[in-house]
Write a protein that binds this ligand. Structure first.
Ligand code: WTA
Length: 640
């Protein structure tokens, strides 16, 4: 965990300035955050900066604002009217460029369409779209009229879409005829049709034409977007909403089978994201910023849409796969648009690293000034490759730790305020206003260099308002382990300099290529296969994807394991959850190792799947089952 001597570090000032800023944020949090909030445009100033009734925080209570106004309208009143907001590139190579002025027009048009569909304040709108400009524009259009969007990642299956649309009670669904991925068309409307058959609350569907694929349209329910657009651009007044009115609900995985609808506020969320984006990315007027995440995840919500656009930044959005049609597609895009800030995931870095540096070397990447990483721990080897071959040994890397629940960046280097020396693989220090710590099972701070649980000890503005529809679950999931303290579910270590090293999840949540998936959700999907009686899912360390999915499944009596059944189960997982749930390994066993109380001993399965020592197994009801798992594991490994 040594500090690396990087050339740009010599430019770093002593950390004092950062520490003073941080100390102020801790000593006077309300004054500190009120100062940050003044960077946004408010229709009415808040009455109180923070109302904290644990575990519920209301930031900027009584304040009124509108997210779409802050991301669009306020820029068109300045010279940014003609500044590029979005450079969009489709996978086939088609390009659309939006200035803030055209973005304003488009947001107004789509807001008018939503209103025509009868959508109003607090109605929920499900967005199931590929990475096309209509996705962020519909999000802003919802925000404009005070409707709450719930974006469902376009890689999710019909069942997953239906579950989310139903839980949120969506009134309207927006989808597309399809999306491009590696040259193939993903038939989104067809998948949506399957979902809609299970979604009684959805009254109308808007379909965006993207791939020109034939689709079935249900006349009473479905409308093409292009048929709904008015010829004249209507102006839709942005609806003032209270700071704690929800901006969106985004589903994420936890330790139970049912995904959690994370509800984010408008005011606190925007204030946190606006401030943290400046600190971390040091965004400048001339920056060209590219975050490669999908808008369907929180990274896309905060770090593609709301934070950059609230800053009036120029952003790049790319629709397709990183290595399609050639391995250097991303490097080509950086070169083509003169990207200055490039924010991606460790999985992508490791994958592109595997292809070799000859690919980035073909392109002029000298525009880059800053690199970022998110979603999983970045191993020092990938960090150094990214630093050397993409950043040309000139660009700091901001390793940003945060979660769907935190709304915005929490622990990260912060070149915008001060450059703390970097250490490859460490997210460095908590950002101002964020009181993070590493504690033991009893909630006591861990000594440095020892692994513990990562917690946040004070409320912060971007924190979730709750879990949609279930306040008890919100309390239980995050605040019951240590009363009054937010439990993140991650393991971490603080080194002797106070730097945080995030070690991965401490709960049953996997990070597969940066996608967050709960093992319980995967197990539910596996047992919904008619021939599977019982299943346990564990993560196996994967050199590229972080975690890969391993299923141990017990079949119905009388059903014999076969390669065909394996394939069927794998396909079933894709159908129920989506492609990211495709298992890497499936083992059919006749018994799963369990505790005396009947809980599956996941620890053992994990050890078996990862080929490491098993440790203490004394709570096992029947030790033979361990031998059996090991035996079947080895047998199946041999037979493939
Ligand atoms: C992990 C993604 C290490 C972590 C923004 C967290 C990270 C989970 C980092 C949240 C990082 C995110 N280093 N691990 N820089 N960033 N994580 O909700 O386990 O999809 O709890 O939000 O990703 O995943 P989520």
């Amino acid at each position: 965990m040594a500090e690396l001597s990087l050339p740009f570090q010599s430019k770093y000032l002593p950390l004092k300035k950062f520490h003073d800023f941080y100390r102020r944020s801790m000593d006077e949090p309300e004054e500190f955050w009120a100062e940050q909030a003044r960077h946004l445009d408010w229709f009415k100033t808040w009455d109180k900066v923070l109302e904290w009734k644990p575990p519920f925080a209301h930031w900027f209570a009584g304040g009124q604002l509108n997210a779409s106004y802050n991301c669009v309208d306020r820029h068109v009143k300045t010279w940014r009217k003609s500044k590029v907001a979005i450079y969009w590139e489709g996978e086939p190579g088609d390009v659309r460029v939006f200035s803030y002025s055209t973005l304003y027009t488009e947001v107004n048009k789509l807001a008018a369409v939503l209103k025509d569909c009868g959508v109003g304040k607090e109605d929920r709108v499900a967005l199931y779209l590929p990475m096309i400009p209509e996705l962020p524009i519909f999000m802003l259009a919802c925000a404009r009229i005070g409707a709450i969007h719930t974006v469902v990642f376009s890689g999710f299956s019909a069942q997953a879409l239906a579950d989310r649309a139903n839980d949120v009670g969506a009134k309207l669904l927006v989808t597309a005829d399809g999306g491009f991925r590696r040259g193939k068309v993903i038939p989104l409307k067809q998948i949506a049709d399957e979902a809609l058959a299970m979604c009684p609350s959805v009254e109308k569907t808007i379909v965006v034409r993207r791939v020109n694929a034939p689709v079935d349209m249900e006349p009473a329910r479905d409308c093409w977007l292009h048929d709904m657009l008015a010829e004249e651009t209507p102006l839709v007044t942005p609806e003032p909403v209270e700071a704690n009115d929800p901006l969106y609900i985004l589903y994420t995985s936890g330790t139970t089978g049912k995904p959690k609808g994370i509800v984010h506020s408008t005011g606190g969320y925007l204030v946190h994201n606006y401030a943290a984006y400046q600190w971390v990315f040091n965004i400048k007027e001339e920056s060209v910023y590219w975050c490669t995440a999908d808008v369907g995840w929180v990274t896309g919500h905060s770090a593609i849409v709301y934070a950059p656009l609230a800053h009036g930044a120029a952003i790049v959005i790319y629709e397709g796969a990183p290595d399609y049609p050639t391995i250097d597609r991303w490097w080509h895009i950086i070169d083509k648009y003169g990207v200055t800030i490039f924010y991606t995931s460790p999985t992508a870095v490791r994958m592109l690293m595997g292809y070799g540096e000859q690919w980035p070397q073909k392109h002029d990447l000298s525009s880059l000034e800053l690199l970022g990483s998110v979603g999983e721990p970045i191993n020092p080897e990938a960090w150094l490759w990214f630093y050397k071959h993409i950043g040309g040994e000139r660009c700091p890397i901001v390793d940003t730790w945060w979660q769907t629940e935190t709304g915005g960046f929490m622990i990260s280097p912060a070149p915008g305020i001060e450059r703390a020396p970097l250490k490859p693989g460490s997210a460095t220090l908590p950002l101002p206003g964020i009181n993070a710590d590493v504690v033991d099972e009893a909630g006591k701070p861990m000594p440095s260099e020892e692994r513990g649980l990562l917690v946040i000890k004070k409320p912060w503005p971007g924190m979730l308002l709750g879990i949609h529809g279930t306040p008890e679950r919100y309390q239980e999931a995050y605040w019951s382990r240590f009363p009054g303290i937010f439990y993140t579910g991650d393991y971490a270590v603080k080194d002797k300099d106070g730097y945080f090293w995030i070690l991965g999840r401490s709960d049953e949540v996997l990070k597969v290529a940066g996608h967050r998936i709960g093992t319980a959700e995967l197990e539910n999907a596996a047992v919904s296969h008619p021939q599977v009686t019982e299943a346990a899912v564990v993560g196996k360390a994967d050199p590229i994807k972080g975690d890969s999915i391993v299923i141990f499944a017990r079949l119905n009596d009388g059903v014999s394991p076969s390669p065909t059944l394996k394939q069927e189960l794998a396909q079933h997982m894709r159908n129920i959850v989506g492609a990211m749930a495709t298992p890497d390994e499936i083992y059919f066993v006749t018994k799963l190792p369990k505790t005396r109380s009947g809980k599956i001993m996941r620890r053992i399965l994990k050890a078996v799947a990862n080929n490491v020592s098993i440790g203490d197994i004394t709570t096992l009801e029947d030790e033979a089952s361990v031998d059996e798992v090991i035996k079947s594991y080895h047998e199946l490994k041999q037979t493939g």
